[in-house]
Structures are given as structure tokens and as C-alpha cells.
Design a binder for this molecule. Structure first.
Ligand SMILES: [Zn+2]
Length: 397
């Protein structure tokens, strides 16, 4: 029997164990952004550490004061190989307990081959599959040169600084490859849209509402600018995975009183970019549109700046060793062609992309069921994911 067959068989025979681990993770309400979040995070982290210790792997907590409680575990290789990290976030959104057809979000329930509970798909199921992949490598005594790491983080759902940001920027997690086990319906997500949020400030001159001709109406000028941006947009070429780039005005604020001509109007734009666009290029095109207005009307004044972390689109090439390994191993396990895809944002993966590390999303579950009642993940898919993660570690480490 080859090592590949040994690992596949071990995981298949331990299907109940994957469900047990996923259920254990689900039953702890590790909701981010609450007063008791850190207490729950610690419970979840202790549970993961305890489960790793049962087969001789030491998992550790890594927390940035005053918050957070990330967990990193490693199946250490003999040396001279590459490191594959896999995992993602274990924090979840609240469960809205009233709308579940089961006993609620934190009582894991099995029905029709599905595991139901908050976080089943987003993304405690994926974490359980990563856990199982490492357990299988250890229990089957697979010899690797490189290291395989399990990474579970907090604060992803609220974009806080204590989760993956901390682990990657501090160098605690510094792999050659990263698999983010978010729910992708087992599509290999190789393309990620770039994203930047921008703020536009339009300046006017205040006057009494009965004499608008004595002022400059910032709300009216903002309306003209928004209409122009909406009509003209910015240049891009549609991408085969990601489709169109986009701009969307999400917030507008202007004026203080109905009888005062407003002297300021501020609006915010959510920009999503495809390959070929850059966030600097987009903001400079928007500055050109503003400049045209300012040229035509001396009373028109506006500025635009970024107001969030900015990323450009990323496409991980097909000849990357990680993509090649995932394609090969998913075809081995599924015996059907694997599907490549794109996603609206890179999420925490952008932290790895900035360091030039190929990081992609690939995991069990569907986006359609998350952040609402009756979240579920297919149990067979958890098993397939665990197999493919383990085999991929064997391919690249
Ligand atoms: Zn998620």
C-alpha cells in the first residue's frame, strides 16, 4: 500500500472522528465582537490544543494583548522541505437562535448526511478537515521534509487586528503556501478581486436656504459627481474568473438643516478590481473626473482619498506547485476534473499575498448557507477535504 493509499484509507475510516471534532468546535459559541469573546475564544483554543495533544502534537496559543487567542500546531518535517499552513478563522457570527429547525446553532445536529450548526460551513467544518489531515499524516507516520501547520484564528468576522493580521505580520506564521479552508464548494479559488474603499469630500459654501444663489450647494455637486462616476466608471477588462470591476457608492452624508445650503457632502465608494486594474490607477481616474468638473466650474471643489486597507486583484498561476497539487489530488480523490474559480475578495489571504506567498481558498461547504439559521456542511465533503489537504501536504512539503 502506498503512503497515499494509507492516508486516504485512514481518513475514510475516521469519518466519525472528523464529525466529532467539527461538532466539538461548533458547540463552543466563539462569536467575535462580544464582551465574552475572549473567554469563548480561550475555550475553543483549549479544546483544539487538547485534541492535538491526544496524538502527540503540541499546539500553542498566540495572542496579541489585550485580545485574541489564535492556535498554531505543527507536524514537523525532517528538514529541508517547504512549509504548508492550512486553516482559517474559528470566530463566528451570532446564531440568531430563534430560526433554527434544529435545537439551535450550538447544538450540532446530523441530518441527511449533513452536519448542522453555526460555523459548520464558516468555517469550523474546514478547520476540522485540516485537523484531520494533520492527524492522518501523524498517525500514518508519513515522513515529510517540510512542516505542515494548522492555523486557527480569531476576529476574522469583525476584521480585528488580533487574528491572522497578528500571526502573519509578526512572522509566527510564515509558510511557503497557505490553504484557507473557507467554504468554496471544493472549488480551487485562484483569483481574488482587489478592493479599496474611498471617501470623497465635496466642499460648498453655506447660505440661507431661501437664497441658494448666494452659496455653493455641496450636495448638488456631489450628486453631479456621483452621476458622472456611475455613468462613466473606470477602465477595466473583464476577467475570466472574476468578471467585472465595480464601483459602488455606499454612504452619503451632507447638510445639517433644510433651510441651509450645505457646505459639505461626503460620500464613500466601494471599489472592486480585476487584474489589469490597480487601486492607485482607479483613484487617479476618479481624480481626473473631479478635475474635469473643477475645470468647468470654479466653484466645484472635491477631494478623494482611500479610507481602508487597499488590495489589488491577485491571480495564483496554474503552474504554482500548490495549485498543481490541489488539482492532482482532488482528481485522485474525486475522480473528476477539479474546478477553478474566483472570489469577490481575498480576505485574510491578502496578508499572505503581500508577502508573495501563494494563498488560496479551498474548502467544504457553501457560501449560500452561512451567516443565517440552519448553516450546514456535507459530511462526505469534510472527509474529501481532509484527504485532499493531507495529500497536498505530501505533494508540496
Ligand atoms: Zn469565513
Amino acid at each position: 500500500m502506498t503512503d497515499y493509499q494509507k492516508v486516504i484509507e485512514y481518513i475514510q475510516n475516521n469519518k466519525d472522528e472528523i464529525v466529532r471534532i467539527a461538532s466539538g468546535l461548533i458547540s463552543i459559541p466563539s462569536i467575535s465582537g462580544r464582551e465574552d469573546s475572549n473567554e469563548q475564544y480561550n475555550k475553543e483554543a483549549d479544546y483544539i490544543i487538547d485534541e492535538f495533544s491526544k496524538f502527540g502534537i503540541t499546539a500553542k496559543k498566540h495572542a496579541l494583548a489585550p485580545g485574541g487567542c489564535n492556535v498554531v500546531a505543527e507536524y514537523t518535517g525532517t528538514g529541508g522541505g517547504r512549509t504548508l499552513a492550512m486553516g482559517g478563522h474559528y470566530d463566528i457570527v451570532a446564531a440568531d437562535e430563534t430560526n433554527w429547525e434544529t435545537e439551535g446553532g450550538f447544538v450540532p445536529t446530523i441530518k441527511d448526511g449533513k452536519l448542522i450548526g453555526r460555523g459548520a460551513a464558516d468555517m469550523k467544518g474546514g478547520l476540522a478537515a485540516c485537523f484531520m489531515a494533520i492527524k492522518a499524516l501523524k498517525e500514518c507516520e508519513i515522513k515529510l521534509k517540510g512542516n505542515v501547520q494548522f492555523v486557527a484564528t480569531v476576529d476574522e468576522e469583525i476584521g480585528g487586528p488580533y487574528g491572522m493580521d497578528y500571526l502573519v505580520n509578526s512572522g509566527i506564521v510564515n509558510p511557503d503556501f497557505f490553504i484557507n479552508a473557507e467554504q468554496t464548494e471544493m472549488k480551487i479559488i485562484v483569483a481574488y478581486k482587489g478592493c479599496a474603499w474611498m471617501e470623497v469630500k465635496v466642499k460648498g459654501v453655506a447660505a440661507h436656504g431661501s437664497k441658494p444663489n448666494l452659496g455653493v450647494n455641496a450636495v448638488v455637486n456631489a450628486a453631479k459627481l456621483i452621476a458622472k462616476i456611475d455613468e462613466k466608471g473606470v477602465k477595466y477588462t473583464p476577467d475570466k474568473f472574476l468578471g467585472d470591476g465595480s464601483l459602488s457608492v455606499g454612504i452619503i452624508k451632507g447638510g445639517n438643516a433644510i433651510n441651509v445650503v450645505p457646505d459639505e457632502c461626503v460620500f464613500n465608494i466601494d471599489g472592486r478590481f480585476v487584474p489589469g486594474q490597480t487601486y492607485e490607477g482607479v483613484i487617479s481616474e476618479l481624480r481626473d473626473i473631479i478635475a474635469e468638473f473643477e475645470k468647468e466650474d470654479e466653484n466645484f471643489k472635491a477631494t478623494i482619498d482611500f479610507c481602508s486597507r487597499c488590495t489589488n486583484a491577485v491571480v495564483i498561476p496554474n503552474d504554482s506547485d500548490l495549485v498543481k497539487a490541489l488539482i492532482k489530488n482532488s482528481e485522485l480523490v474525486y475522480s473528476k476534473p477539479s474546478e477553478l474559480g474566483g472570489f469577490i475578495a481575498a480576505g485574510d489571504n491578502c496578508l499572505f499575498h503581500k508577502k508573495g506567498v501563494p494563498a488560496l481558498m479551498y474548502g467544504p461547504g457553501t457560501l449560500d448557507c452561512i451567516h443565517k439559521a440552519n448553516e450546514w456542511v456535507d459530511i462526505d465533503e469534510l472527509v474529501e477535504a481532509a484527504k485532499i489537504y493531507a495529500l497536498t501536504a505530501m505533494s508540496v512539503c
